[in-house]
Design a protein around this ligand. Structure first.
Ligand code: FE2
Length: 371
């Protein structure tokens, strides 16, 4: 295959008669020739634009072998043809070892053979250039595709995140609407979330765990959505039958959010937020280390709010009474470390009351859901 434009050939021979004669023949075949008289001169004009280099072996200063070594160092991948007077096997082996492409006998007697060798070397160069271009294009294409994929992936993640947030918020909105119907439970979820987040931060939970804790608190009583409201809001203690019904809300809650697979951990916490350390809770009666830390936190926060919020059938406890009650139930109902962290927070921040959180509840402080 011939190149579209004339091939650029660098010829180096200290013998000007040979140099000029070879140059003339090459020009006759339509090539563009750059003649040089020494290896040093050849190296000084060499660049990646040349398609072929014809090199004499015996030259003063840098001989052909030194010159091809210097050419190789440039890494241009230009074929080198050695121009040799007497056919010497020793020279041939050395030249091939140094990366020579072929030999041309001088003086040039067979023009056709000379032309075949020149064209073959030029074709080799064209092949190398095509390969390089292909590799470069391929790299560019791969880089472009990778960038495109990364952008699409980012969009998908954003979309997915928005969907997750929207799904969770829809459930929470329903649950809040239910709570708000009852003056005794209004704000319960947000207060539990707030208490639990304070405990979680005090315990040094990771951002990921805090996010799970936040969502789990927001959803912990979602199962009450499908329990007869009159049962939950009823004045006075519940009957055994009514208790049976209420005790189903953790499992119902887990089932409600189960289709949202990204809420798997939250689902477990929702299911177990009424379990006790001594195994006497519900629905599964698990205990001790079977209950994970996030669940233990929700349990303490939930119980504290239940104790300090006025319920229809009993008077609420004050802060100190509630702390004492939590401590009393350490080991049977609650985890000691969680209770002590919470007690520390409550004793430090005396403004933290159910009433003071009423305003926070309206402003939607549960920041992890934002966006
Ligand atoms: Fe509950």
């Amino acid at each position: 295959m011939k190149p579209n434009k004339p091939a650029k050939i660098l010829i180096t021979d200290d013998d000007s008669l040979v140099r000029d004669a070879v140059a003339k023949i090459l020009e006759m075949f339509g090539h563009q020739v750059t003649p040089t008289g020494s290896g040093e001169e050849a190296i000084s004009v060499l660049n990646d634009e040349f398609d072929l280099i014809i090199l004499d072996i015996n030259m003063p200063g840098m001989d052909g072998f030194d010159t091809i070594k210097a050419i190789n160092e440039r890494g241009y991948d230009i074929p080198v043809l050695f121009l040799t007077g007497a056919g010497s096997m020793e020279y041939a082996i050395k030249a091939i070892n140094l990366g020579a492409y072929d030999f041309i006998q001088k003086p040039i007697e067979d023009i056709d053979l000379f032309n075949v060798k020149i064209n073959r070397a030029i074709e080799k160069r064209m092949f190398i250039l095509r390969e390089k271009a292909y590799t470069e294009n391929l790299e560019e294409e791969v880089a472009a595709k990778t960038k495109e994929l990364a952008e699409k992936n980012k969009l998908l993640q954003q979309y997915s995140h928005h969907l997750e947030v929207a799904s969770v918020n829809t459930i929470i909105t329903l649950q809040t609407a239910l709570e708000e119907k009852d003056q005794y439970t209004a704000g319960h979820t947000n207060r539990v979330t707030h208490y639990a987040m304070l405990i979680g931060r005090s315990l040094g939970l990771s951002q990921e765990d805090l996010a799970v804790l936040d969502r789990a608190c927001q959803l912990h009583d979602v199962g009450k959505l499908v329990i007869d409201v009159s049962c939950i809001q009823k004045p006075g203690p519940l009957s055994d039958e009514e208790w049976q019904l209420v005790r189903k809300h953790p499992v119902i809650g887990e089932n409600i959010i189960k289709p949202l697979s990204f809420l798997e951990r939250e689902g477990g916490i929702v299911r177990h937020h009424h379990e006790r350390l001594d195994g006497k809770g519900y629905p599964d009666g698990i205990g001790g280390d079977e209950i994970d830390l996030l669940t233990k936190i929700v349990t303490v926060a939930d119980s504290y709010d239940a104790m300090t919020s006025q319920r229809s059938y009993r008077i609420n406890l004050d802060r100190q009474q509630a702390i004492a009650e939590l401590r009393k139930c350490v080991g049977t109902q609650f985890d000691g470390e969680v209770v002590e962290h919470f007690a520390g927070i409550l004793e430090e921040d005396t403004t933290l009351t159910a009433n003071s959180l009423q305003e926070l509840q309206d402003s939607g402080f549960s920041g992890i859901f934002a966006g």
